[in-house]
Ligand binder design. Structure first.
Ligand code: ZN
Length: 163
């Protein structure tokens, strides 16, 4: 994806109030992120690791989600599969819960999905980060096809949040 500025990232969130958007933690090292190899930028708030964020822009229009997930210490070491990239990383997946956008969110509705706990789906797909032995299924898909599938999964999750 194309590199985004802090302002673009903050403006992308679909399930935050204006105040939350202003206050949420955005990484300082944006210039050092491997944007060319990212299908989404994902991060956690170091002060509050149960808060995770991801922003993607498959059609050039950035959309982001604020997520809640268990703190690493509360996580079970069970190995589950990420619903986005279909990797089963040794570092685990986390149930990430997004408050729904708009009125549904104000009424307390949320949707959840399992995502790589370190939000490194893009790097696992491209072999830039080792997910551990047996973490990837044997598949005949090309890298391009696996990326397309991951982006489609991500967009489907975003659509559930904004539906
Ligand atoms: Zn993943």
């Amino acid at each position: 994806m194309k590199q985004l500025t802090e302002q673009e990232l903050r403006a992308a969130f679909v399930n935050c109030t204006k105040g939350e958007t202003k206050r949420l933690f955005v990484p300082r090292d944006l210039a050092d992120r491997p944007w060319d190899d990212l299908d989404y930028l994902g991060w956690r708030d170091p002060q509050a690791p149960e808060r995770a964020y991801l922003v993607t822009a498959p059609d050039g229009h950035p959309r982001g989600l604020a997520l809640r997930c268990p703190t690493p210490s509360a996580q079970q070491p069970r190995r589950n599969m990420c619903s986005m990239c279909l990797t089963t990383p040794a570092d685990g997946v986390a149930l990430m819960v997004a408050r729904k956008a708009g009125k549904a969110g104000q009424q307390g509705n949320s949707v959840g999905t399992y995502i790589c706990a370190d939000l490194a789906c893009s790097l696992y797909l491209r072999g830039r980060k080792d997910p551990g032995p047996g973490a990837r299924m044997q598949e005949s898909l090309t890298l391009e096809e696996k990326i397309d599938r991951t982006v489609a999964n991500l967009v489907a999750f975003l659509d559930r949040v904004t539906a």
